[in-house]
Design a protein. Sequence first.
Length: 157
Amino acid sequence: MELYLFRHGIAENGSPDAGRKLTDKGREKSAAIVRMARNSGVEPSLILSSPYTRAMETAEVAAVEFGYTGPIVRIESLVPHGTPEAVWNDITDHRSEQCILLTSHEPLLSSLTAWLLASPSLKVEMKKSAMVRIDVDSFRGAPQGILRWMLVPRLVE
């Protein structure tokens, strides 16, 4: 299975945190990263998202750019304070999918990346709108993923 971990784009400041929306620049950078991924052959068969507004809006941008017509599934485990283990449990519920895009937040995505790579002490910097591809072949126990690539906003500036 191909997993794409996608951090939400730049969001407005303010409270409550869960309701913050993407800025125009956040939408633009997220769309540019998705176009780069799409041009590399990425075609998600499922999009899972944090229920927070900025993550859902990032997932919607991705759906448009990828031409994805399925549902965007809100997953509570993808909130900023979620755990890699809880996300993994949700991913395994969709193990028949070929390619899953997850839109979420920090600090979860950097810890999830390290955990999926069986390297929990690995330091990963997930800038806003960054996307990581990790391939996972087995769903028994903790994953032993393979890092394929990472796209960062600086590549599209």
